[in-house]
Design a protein around this ligand. Structure first.
Ligand code: NAD
Ligand code: K
Ligand code: MN
Length: 358
């Protein structure tokens, strides 16, 4: 029997609440399936670890998780520590060296959930956003001089490479090609940003030639927010830079009902390093410790993890269980307008997994 070795890194805030729920659900799936086992190693890295050790993860942290089949991540972000330290010390310290350059964020309206867009009932909104996850605005290039003085200057340089843009563009065209509509929107801002974004557009034209069966268009990022809200049916697969896609995918999650539902896969498509799966949300300081975090984003991310591992039957079973639960409004957490707790939703998903006979 195949055993999948998973590194669980809950991080902080509601990250800890949703990852422990995710682990329970994955164990229930393995028990129901019988064809595979899940072995979890838990890592207590994050803000509390930082308070004790002065860093978010041990120096050899990446070495400790290098050989796992996948990583299940919660959130980096602690109320007592500046966000750039928690983010760069943990999430980006794993994503970037492990070359998880393709960040994949599916969005659709699950059964029982109401979009804030009045006329959208479901089928019109079914997107996958591909986020460049290794460079661009989050390349970490920049600096500050004369800190605190009136003459202080600071830069965050968006650095894009031909190799980096080409590989994410190919990934997005290939993904679009695998979906029924074969439709890709390349998001850009090359009207105002006239170097890297112009290269981005040129590479899109070049890569498109390799995929003659994919229909594609370009959208300026600001206009894209309007199109997402007013013409959701005109969109299928989207590719955007690290920052642009970060913003567009929170909008996408909100349009599909809640940030708490939305999943992410941070993929190293060449499988040289483990890939990492996490909900798109953060530590949610306003609700942490209350037991009301929506765990669906983590469950959906876990389904993406199972797909990545090749456990397709278990992934499909998990998605069926999620949809059975979202269809029942008495199982909605407060972010969806309900009163259910994380515990109640988790128990319901586990019950749905056990009852699933397909
Ligand atoms: P957030 O995603 O933590 O929360 C935004 C809002 O959405 C909050 O009102 C929160 O209550 C709600 N929300 C988020 N997830 C929810 C869930 N599962 N169930 C119910 N409601 C949910 O974003 P923020 O408040 O901007 O950031 C808080 C911290 O998280 C910061 O430290 C930030 O840097 C960090 N963060 C980390 C990641 C990551 O690790 N990938 C992503 C985003 C933010
Ligand atoms: K997260
Ligand atoms: Mn984000």
């Amino acid at each position: 029997m195949k055993t999948y070795r998973i590194a669980a890194i809950p991080g902080d805030g509601i990250g800890t609440e949703v990852v422990s729920a995710g682990v329970e659900v994955l164990e229930a799936l393995a028990a129901r399936d019988g064809g595979f086992a899940m072995a979890f190693d838990h890592f207590d890295w994050g803000g509390e670890y930082y308070k004790k050790h002065g860093r978010m993860m041990p120096e050899d942290g990446r070495e400790q998780i290098r050989r796992h089949d996948a990583i299940l991540f919660g959130s980096a972000g602690h109320p007592d520590i500046p966000d750039h330290i928690t983010l760069w010390g943990l999430r980006l310290a794993i994503c970037q060296p492990f070359d998880q350059y393709a960040n994949v964020r599916p969005t659709r309206i699950l059964p029982g959930i109401t979009s804030p867009l009045r006329h959208v009932t479901g089928p019109e909104l079914d997107w996958v956003i591909v986020r460049e996850n290794s460079e661009g605005e989050y390349a970490g290039v920049g600096g500050r001089v004369h800190q605190g003085l009136p003459i202080e200057a600071a830069t965050d340089v968006s650095m894009m490479t031909r190799a980096g843009v080409t590989r994410i563009m190919r990934f997005a065209f290939r993904l679009a090609q695998s979906r029924p509509r074969k439709l890709l929107t390349v998001v850009t801002k090359s009207n105002a940003q006239r170097y890297a974004m112009v290269m981005w557009d040129e590479i899109a034209v070049e890569v498109a030639k390799e995929f003659p069966d994919v229909t594609w268009d370009k959208a300026i990022v600001d206009a894209m927010t309007m199109r997402m809200t007013l013409k959701p049916e005109s969109i299928d697969t989207v590719v955007a830079t690290n920052l642009h896609a970060d913003i567009l995918s929170d909008l996408a999650a909100a349009l599909a009902g809640s940030l708490g539902i939305a999943p992410t896969a941070n993929l190293n498509p060449e499988r040289e390093f483990p890939s990492m799966f996490e909900p798109i949300h953060g530590s949610a300081f306003d609700i942490m410790g209350k037991g009301i975090a929506n765990p669906i984003g983590t469950f959906w991310s876990s389904a993406m993890m199972l797909d990545h591992l090749g456990a397709f039957g278990a992934a499909a079973r998990l998605m069926r269980a999620i949809e059975r639960v979202t269809a029942d409004a008495s199982l909605h957490t407060p972010d969806l307008g309900g009163q259910a707790t994380t515990r109640k939703v988790t128990d319901a998903v586990i019950a749905a997994i056990r009852a699933d006979n397909e």
